[in-house]
Design a protein around this ligand. Structure first.
Ligand code: XMP
Length: 511
């Protein structure tokens, strides 16, 4: 069954992905597309509603992004947010001017009159503002629906043509009733049915995969991360034993990870899962190397070699599964660099596998939707809520040369940190948290002995996309317990420090 769709036209604002995620969370499918779509393209996309996002430009400037006027004659409801609201007003003959003063942050917004857009929203509530222009005059047929102290038209609409604009950002959590406003637009204005649910997605996707793949052969590189795990599980549900997964054990995984992958996917789900035991090869290739970029290159190249050997044993396949997700698609579509994936460990696989087509069953999903699909498929929390792990894994959390001794110490220290974070119930709040073993030795005293060991550092950050990050304010008690346990239980650990640097100026990883 084809689901209803909302089209989110991207004018370059900072919250645009967030708008799309909010719409999806309200059980309506949407796509974020570049603002330059033609009316014909929009009509053939067949949306039940269109949202114009915010953007950095001023609508009255010559080179500001525009929309064709005919878009308003399609009979499809439109909601403009911030720049989008100004654009509608400007395009239909209203007036947008530079405001005497900009408004940034939380403001009280007061409703004027009645509108389906504000159903269930109190007379006055908090909204999030971020603008330097304002709408000075509305086009004919529109009425003001809300105002703030310095913004006479904070919301407006034409109930007949179903065209609305809001100057504030309903997608941001600081807009108290923002979610309700979006829900009203989707359900009360556009007539959404709420047919975008993960269980619908799973059944539709499995049917599609069955049809496309049928009895042909499929290969998937399983990294243990949530994207490849969910992609493989979906494909497995659809085609069973026609799928073969390859998991490369490079010896640099965190404690218990290799065992978990084998237990869940091979033993639990019965997947054909080949484990390539390559730890010795990777460690040999890394011997004597301490430069981080060098380590990355060696691991990347070795990974491709090992995978190629395994793929040769399997022979030609028809399909290669990739765990591409929607933010990767948006990023590559808008020409921005996909910073995170560019150094991802499975980047070069298509070159060494003999296959005909790529299958990307998750390319329409945001990360939180991937997790929900994982839960829907019955994958355990440990897999569904796994924090992102870099391709080179522990090798870039070991400063200097990677040795078995340092690996062992780091694995044990990291496992304790993970246990304590989970025990404190913080594991879903913190984006990434891990231990690092430094190359600096310090003196300690343990029992009656003087020790001289490498310092262990703990790193924990909050983030939404890994581009920027802040250090997590972990309660002292959790840090204390972690430190006591590491120095008490882990061999060769006599000192623990906590990293309190944001990104920028630091990066999340230490190497
Ligand atoms: P940084 O350290 O650059 O990390 O702030 C940003 C995000 O990227 C991950 N990361 C990597 N992922 N291969 C990967 O697949 C890598 O070489 C790599 N280096 C960093 C990091 O864990 C964080 O999520």
């Amino acid at each position: 069954m084809e689901h209803q769709k909302i089209l989110v036209l991207d004018f370059g604002g900072q919250y645009n992905q967030l708008i799309a995620r909010r719409v999806r969370d309200l059980n309506v499918y949407c796509d974020l597309k570049p603002c330059g779509m033609t009316v014909e393209q929009i009509a053939s996309y067949d949306p039940i509603g269109i949202i114009f996002t915010g953007g950095p430009e001023s609508v009255y400037e010559a080179d500001a992004p525009r929309v064709p006027t005919e878009i308003f004659s399609l009979g499809v409801p439109v909601l403009g947010i911030c720049y989008g609201a100004q654009l509608i007003a400007h395009t239909l003959g209203g007036e947008v001017v530079s405001a005497p003063r900009g408004e940034y942050g939380k403001r009280a917004v007061t409703r004027v009159g009645e509108s389906p857009l504000f159903r269930g929203i109190p007379q006055t509530s908090a909204c999030w503002m971020s603008h330097t222009d304002l709408i000075a005059r509305l086009p004919a047929g529109f009425q003001t629906l809300a105002a703030t102290e310095h913004c006479p038209v904070a919301a407006y609409g034409d109930p007949v043509r179903k065209i609305y604009g809001v100057q504030f950002h309903p997608e941001v959590v600081h807009s108290e009733y923002g979610n309700r406003l979006l829900e009203n637009f989707l359900y009360a204005v556009c007539g959404a049915k709420g047919d975008w649910t993960m269980s619908n997605f799973v059944s539709a996707q499995i049917a599609r995969l069955k049809e496309r793949v049928g009895s042909k052969r499929v290969l998937c590189a399983m990294s243990g991360g949530v994207d490849s795990a969910v992609a493989a599980t979906l494909v497995h549900r659809a085609v069973g034993d026609n799928l073969t997964c390859v998991f490369v054990d490079h010896g640099l995984h965190r404690k218990g990870e290799v065992e978990e992958v084998m237990r869940v996917f091979r033993d639990g789900l019965g997947m054909k899962l080949v484990k390539a035991d390559a730890a010795d090869r990777f460690l040999a290739a890394l011997r004597g190397v301490s430069d981080p970029e060098q380590k990355r290159k060696i691991i990347g190249a070795e990974f491709i070699k090992v995978f190629e050997e395994e793929a040769k044993k399997i022979g030609a396949v028809d399909f290669l599964v990739q765990g591409t997700i929607y933010p990767d698609v948006i990023e590559s579509g808008s020409g921005k660099s996909a910073t995170i994936k560019s150094h991802h460990n499975v980047g070069g696989l298509p070159d060494v596998v003999d296959f005909k087509e790529i299958v990307e069953p998750l390319r329409d999903l945001f990360k939180d939707e991937v997790r929900r699909v994982g839960a829907e498929l019955g994958l355990p929390d440990g897999v569904v809520w796994r924090q992102p792990c870099p391709g080179p894994a522990l090798a870039i959390r070991i400063m200097g040369e990677v040795t078995r001794k340092k690996l062992q110490t780091l694995r044990d220290a990291d496992a304790i940190f993970r246990e304590e974070i989970a025990r404190a119930g913080l594991d879903r709040e913190i984006w990434q948290y891990f231990a690092v073993i430094t190359d600096s030795k310090t003196v300690g005293v343990q029992g009656d002995f003087r020790t001289y060991e490498n310092v262990i550092a703990l790193r924990a950050v909050t983030s939404v996309d890994a581009m920027t990050a802040d250090w997590a304010r972990i309660p002292f008690e959790v840090l204390e317990r972690t430190s006591c346990r590491i120095t008490g239980e882990v061999k060769h650990a006599n000192r623990v420090v906590y990293d309190i640097t944001s990104k920028p100026p630091a990066t999340i990883e230490w190497e």
